[in-house]
Design a binder for this molecule. Sequence first.
Ligand SMILES: Cc1cc2nc3c(=O)[nH]c(=O)nc-3n(C[C@H](O)[C@H](O)[C@H](O)COP(=O)(O)OP(=O)(O)OC[C@H]3O[C@@H](n4cnc5c(N)ncnc54)[C@H](O)[C@@H]3O)c2cc1C
Length: 505
Amino acid sequence: MKNPDNKIVIIGAGLAGLFTAIKLAPLHVELITSKSLGSGTSSQWAQAGIAAAMGKDDSTISHLKDTITVGGGIVDEKIAELVIKNGPDRVRDLITLGVTFDKNDQNELILRKEAAHQHNRIVSVRGDMTGKEIMETLTSVVKKSKHINVIEGYNAIELHQSNNKIFGVTIQNDNNQKFLETSCIVLATGGVGQLFKVTTNSQEALGDGVGMAARCGAVLSDMEFVQFHPTAFDIGLDPAPLATEALRGEGAKIINNNDDRFTFKYHEAGELAPRDIVSRAIFNEQKNGNKVYLDCRGNLGSKMKDDFPTVYDLCIKNNINPVTDPIPISPAAHYHMGGISCDEYGKSSVEGLYVCGENACSGIHGANRLASNSLLEAIVFADIISCHIKADSINSEIVNNNYTPPSVKKLDLSDLNKLRDIMTKYVGVEREQKGLEEAYRLVKEIYLKYNRDGYKNNTLITALLIIKSAINRTEHRGSHYRIDYPNKNDKLTKRSRIKFEELEL
Ligand SMILES: Cc1cc2nc3c(=O)[nH]c(=O)nc-3n(C[C@H](O)[C@H](O)[C@H](O)COP(=O)(O)OP(=O)(O)OC[C@H]3O[C@@H](n4cnc5c(N)ncnc54)[C@H](O)[C@@H]3O)c2cc1C
């Protein structure tokens, strides 16, 4: 049977999902999101902006070089070049759709600098409001677009394939389960931050898209690489709000409760050392029983209202006066470099399953992500995928309709909290063999409990894939730090890959 209504299903309504949906016009799109449109995404919290080589003195080569340097030797250079080359055009697309990136008096884009970028190349909105502005703009475009039908409040729980070809997806809410028949799915379910106790990611970032794709047979890559941001607010909020890196660029210091600027013990650049080093420094300080703070007191604190309005508002709402009070901080799970493996068209190893945004692993980030390259990857692949679907996939046959209703259950709150404790203790900023094996045993125990009751759980599968990949990588590379293997091992200079079967559940 040919796909009768040319229906394409997009799962997830962050930047990756929305931009793909808009770009697919005039083809009909069903857009599924677990929350209401415009909420429940990490995209809306993005602060700094999008990296794009648009400056007069900048170039694709320079941006590529910075991306490769940060990526720990395993960046896919062809993919990185593809993304970086297309970035400026996609930023112009966003401007055409109505995003008002900051401009100077000559009406030129203001390009800001971030850590590890050799040039000013970050486009942003009012300093730290980039994600909010982009998501509000795209949400309103989607609402007006006749080719997009939005299905809100439903979780995708199962991708169906036959002979490695997609034929549909099951979605469910608290009362209802539905099957959508399609030969073409774009999975854009975001990151995995909520697998950890402290995270900057939205509460929907449970990694269930990755686990669901794994169960459907997709190959996963680089699952062990999770980036921890060193300076999230440690004030009991979930997600933990981010104190943007730019604050340290402007002179904010990191201190402990004894007023010690301890990061210099770990790296000569102190607070401005690479993210993973600063995260480990803070983690060790906390392990020794100390509290850690971002100190913006004085001049910087008084400039924050105008220059960093998001962070300033957060301080005020939480009774912190940044002029006089240091801000309590902690490292937080922030970005997953790994995910569902894809090629230069965003295609996974399952026919008809495209992946876009943080749940995808195209290879641009390698073992560590260059700041502001993730929104860039999402917009570039959204365009590539939509062009490819229009040219190639839309008339593909629906091969089978051998539908069996799935039994998939969300994690109970107590099990989710248990999982987050395990992942933070054993699979966080620092890892070692014994702890990783213990984590695998404990998470598998929870998984088997659900299994015995007749349920699958996608989040637990993702956690197990991360742990197994971390066990397999016996070295320190990028964001993956092994206390028992603290050096890089040249023999392991390659991307990792894993499949569901390797979990031997
Ligand atoms: C605080 C913060 C600041 C950041 N700042 C920057 C920055 O300045 N620059 C940059 O490049 N990157 C930044 N990042 C990273 C970047 O924001 C994310 O990588 C990116 O927004 C991910 O977009 P996405 O569309 O893939 O996922 P998301 O925006 O997280 O969207 C995922 C969507 O999938 C839905 N969903 C999830 N599971 C299911 C399911 N099973 N069924 C149905 N729907 C589902 C969610 O509800 C949501 O709609 C930041 C991240 C955070 C958290």
